[in-house]
Design a binder for this molecule. Sequence first.
Ligand SMILES: [Fe+2]
Ligand SMILES: [Fe+2]
Length: 472
Amino acid sequence: MASINYNDRIPNNVNLSSDRKLQRALERWQPAFLDWWQTVGPQVFQNNDIFLRTAISTEPGGWAQFGHVKMPDYRWGIFLADQEEDRKITCGDDAGKPVWQEVPGEYRNMLKRIIVIQADTEPASVEQQRWLADCAPSLMDARNLFQVNVEEGRHLWAMVYLLQAYFGRDGRDEADELLARRSGDEDKPRILDAFNQPCTDWLTFFCFAMFTDRDGKYQLGSLAESAFDPMSRTCRFMLIEEAHHLSVGELGLERVMRRACQLMQKDPNQDARALGGIDLPTIQKWINHWFGYSLDLFGAEVSTNAADYFAAGIKGRWRETKDFEDHNCLGATRAVSTVENGKLMEMEYALRNCMNEELRDAYAKDCHRVLSRWNRAVKDEGINDFEFRLPSTRFFRRQGQYANNNFDLDGNLIDQATYDANLAKWLPTEEDRVYVQSLMKPVHEQGKVANWIAAPRRGINGKPFDFEYVRT
Ligand SMILES: [Fe+2]
Ligand SMILES: [Fe+2]
């Protein structure tokens, strides 16, 4: 089961050839996908040989094979983690009962909606990033971007498989719509706001991979706990690929920080910008912006939808099976800071209604872990009077219950005037954006790297930094 059949037109480990109807439907969708890839996928190096990894098995460890491939020839396919024998529902009213191999009628719409929203983010990010290679700081960075892009394309395949295999005609229509919406389009935008934001500089890309892809990790983790077993298996394999995207973001940002520290020490005023770097306070503003945008993706703090998903066993918490004992949570409560009569206070809510907040907490904790690593890197570079920090989860929110009020970086409720007076200190200004954009000049020479970012400490799959990651 784990090995992948690459002889089929659509590589898969789901025995696709045994279901002719589904196979035909997916084979009809395939040219539309390739057309979408050519039109709004990477617009630079589209037909060059790129050093990419391809999945060869869904078993942990031996799953990736590296080699040069032209992106349009990448073998996108349908790969699910192996079925666990006797898997039981992990949470909600039916915890402990056998998982579903088909979609129960009463949860059909709920499940379809969740899959469509997750699916929509996959092509959206590829569209957002389609011009980035044009100003890549190195060929290895361009390669990393393309690896992320082809895998997001594969994640789209994974979700489209679920739609077409389990949701009949509706599912096929939704699969077509996924190729019709466009990131940032006025008439047919992508579903979620963060996926309609422009991404034209690499600082934004690294923040996106660090913070927004990490939201994806937590969403996939909660869906991996799902009672709908095919979705759980799909998400479990996607999570393995997703880990690489997060490291592209985390290590990319660390390299920008290290370079800033190095330049600070060369400049008499410790000004990294004077020497063409991205100064640490500017990086902090990008972090503030993207952390906030990504927090919004978890949904409202107190949510009846979240309670319904949990009760149905469709979405669990992060590591529901491993880290919790009470998988029912009926009658349990938790506190959520809430604005009441102009004051911020702790209020108790039914825990089931706070499942978005539970997932957001796990996500924020993970982000804090990375922040401490970055702060160690800054110290390691000899800068002792600067520390990166994450803002409060109430800061700069446009969705959920904090969206209607203003908060400072520590999460204190503040008035509009105070907020406005500090905005330029907390979030990227137009001037910051123009400056960062001005640094975005391509370095497309093997083994060379842009001045504003440190060279990576390690290459890909044991290769050195000056390896031919992109054949130009
Ligand atoms: Fe993805
Ligand atoms: Fe991703």
